[in-house]
Design a protein around this ligand. Structure first.
Ligand SMILES: [Mn+2]
Length: 368
């Protein structure tokens, strides 16, 4: 008779646990649908969510916005090339030009953010001095990230985003969780992002500078301004056999073709149509082409002088068509490629933008 008792004893811990489990099951109201039937539903929801994530598209950029001067025309227009988070150099350049906020209008050619150390600081500085600006491809990527993170990406953790990146589940191929666009998108305030999103891709200036137009990349000389592709305008470097391309190896530089096209449209040729809806004579100020460095031609002014790669940050000033520049450290750790220790170097050499009081020093210098 001991055997059953012993059996009972040996089984007792299990039995207790079993009883507990049974008790738990008894105490919990039975599910209306069995877990086996619930699973496909949950899986279906996840699938739908993954599809939402993958098919997400950010709002399109504004193609063109004409800018008028407010009450009085500024003494100078100061156009500045791709800043890429180089806040210190931007401030040094403004200081060198003896920039005065109530007299001068700053116009930025896009790519304010990414690669350099203080992207958020540059956006805030641009807003602070009421700079005019066009949308660059890096600004655009930050905007797309932010719209995604405010939308279907809102509930995804960073590790979930990373696994989506690995499996090709993110909405854009250029979305990399490890690149700084993602972090900048998270760090910008709602007001910063509203301002960034408002930037057009083409900015024609009005009288007395109506022959000047600002873009980040380049224009397709075969199309009027209103027929340009906003996406292409941000990235164009050349015109190839199939149209605008960001490659420098295919076709011809867009600005060479632009110069050819403008010959027939110049005021001296007798062309009178200066309507924005039509192709007309324009001088273009642009950036985006660090590989070709500063490009100052009669009709086109390429201002990307490799600021973030240890080159210079350049300003082009109207009236007078003079330039000014400051030299920059190599924040990117290479000539455009991702250096292995790029991030570490950046962290070591640059103080934290958030921890530093911004603009205090520069404001003091501005008044000099
Ligand atoms: Mn660019």
């Amino acid at each position: 008779m001991q055997a059953p008792s012993s059996n009972n004893d040996t089984r007792s811990p299990d039995s207790a646990a079993q009883q507990q489990r049974q008790q738990t099951v008894v105490d919990t109201p039975p599910p209306s649908v069995s877990p086996h039937l619930q699973q496909p539903k949950a899986y279906g929801r996840l699938k739908a969510r993954a599809a939402d994530v993958k098919s997400f598209r950010a709002g399109p950029p504004t193609l063109l916005e004409k800018k008028e001067f407010s009450a009085k025309e500024p003494k100078r227009l100061i156009f500045i090339g791709d800043i890429h988070g180089s806040l210190k150099e931007l401030n040094l350049l403004l200081c060198k030009l003896k920039f005065k906020r109530d007299e001068d209008q700053v116009v930025l050619v896009g790519d304010l953010v990414a690669k350099g150390p203080e992207s958020v600081g540059v956006v805030r500085r641009a807003r602070q001095i009421n700079a005019w600006c066009v949308r660059g491809n890096h600004d655009d990527r930050v905007i797309r990230w932010r719209e995604f993170l405010d939308g279907p990406g809102a509930t995804l953790s960073e590790s979930e985003l990373k696994s989506l990146e690995k499996s090709g589940g993110l909405p854009y191929d250029d979305f990399k969780v490890g690149k700084d666009h993602y972090q900048i998108a998270r760090d910008l305030s709602p007001d910063d992002i509203t301002w960034l999103k408002s930037l057009p891709t083409i900015l024609p200036l009005l009288s007395p500078y109506s022959e000047w137009v600002v873009v980040h990349g380049g224009l397709d000389p075969s199309k009027p301004l209103l027929k340009q592709s906003a996406e292409d305008v941000m990235v164009t470097r050349n015109i190839g056999s199939s149209g605008p391309t960001s490659s420098r190896d295919e076709g011809k530089a867009w600005f060479e073709l632009w110069a050819d096209k403008m010959k027939g449209l110049s005021p001296s040729s007798g062309a009178k149509d200066l309507n924005f809806d039509e192709m007309h004579y324009n001088k273009i100020i642009y950036g985006h082409d660090a590989g070709r460095n500063l490009q100052l031609h009669p009709l086109t002014k390429g201002l990307d002088s490799r600021c973030v790669y240890g080159g210079q940050l350049t300003a082009f000033v109207l009236p007078g068509e003079k330039t000014a520049s400051v030299t920059c450290p190599n924040y990117d750790g290479g000539s455009g490629s991702d250096g292995k220790d790029r991030r570490r170097r950046r962290r070591d050499s640059v103080p934290n933008a958030k921890a530093e009081p911004m603009y205090t020093v520069e404001q003091g210098r501005e008044r000099q």
